[in-house]
Design a binder for this molecule. Sequence first.
Ligand code: AQP
Length: 332
Amino acid sequence: MKRVFSGIKPTGHLTLGNYLGAVQQWVEVDQHQADALFCVVDLHALTVDHDPARVRRLSRQAATLLLAAGLDPKLCTVFVQSHVDEHARLSYLMECVATDGEMRRMIQYKEKAARERERGGSVRLSLLTYPALMAADILAYGTDEVPVGEDQTQHVELARDLAVRFNQRYGHTFTVPKATPPKVAARVMNLQDPTSKMGKSDDSGPGIVYLLDEPEVMRKKVLRAVTDSHTDVVYDREARPGVANLLDILAACGGGDPEALSGTYTSYGALKKDAAEAVVELLRPLQERHKALCADPGYVDEVLRAAAEQARGMARPYVDAAYRAIGLLPAV
Ligand code: AQP
């Protein structure tokens, strides 16, 4: 059975982008067809200015939301990255295989570093080495496939390169993984600025639908989405990004095709109304289950405890093999 690994970073409240670009596929496809691990990658949340109490709170919320979304602990492993030391252990070896040029070329590094500098802050070294830790996250489990949104595919490509390089230099140790983004909504855009990704740590509230927004708030955000001055409904991501985004969202909510859907609308108003209702209906069960899980914190604790133990057992053989292969003296 193929092995699937993916993660979510507790840097903000989870968004519709996270859901449609990643979580939906984990729930509907991956957990049923693969030996799958899904991880709240809390170490990655320390790469930018952070409030410790908030990261802790968001990590728990993210884990609870993954379960509320439908990840079933009987089918897959849902755990927290920092509970499994193997990620940090392997990350250092990845830094010894990667080059600083590779790290500096990463788009996310360039964008986030520029944002930190604009805010007058300094750039943490861990922001630069983030892809080494992400490669470790993936390679520590012998992962075949990494279901991620489009913004993360460059990092998965780097993990591939590092796996190949490590294997060539030190002997076959790692499976070479590949990214598997969803066919629709691999990049959900900000509703107020459809040329930018909907990002959970962005400041623009009205352009971002959060999974725990009240239904009325979600509706308003979608109904007020920025479109353009045309009137016909055409699917063109380059020329008509706002409308294309709404079509992508609607299609991803109902499993349809955005281009085909465009032919069924003659006004932006009707498209927005249907997209708003589709989002509200999609997230209603998740919100109900989230409420129930919050009332049973012991259950979530137990899921995370058992999953971390299982993940440690899965990662250790790969990481130990990598330590031996690269030339480190085994402890006796
Ligand atoms: N807008 C998006 N559209 C489609 N997929 C998306 N993902 C994130 N935003 C979108 C996918 O969600 C998964 C988890 O994301 P992450 O926690 O690794 O964070 P990220 O990719 O850096 O993007 P975020 O959520 O916007 O966080 P910040 O603001 O902190 O950078 C990934 O598979 C991602 O591709």
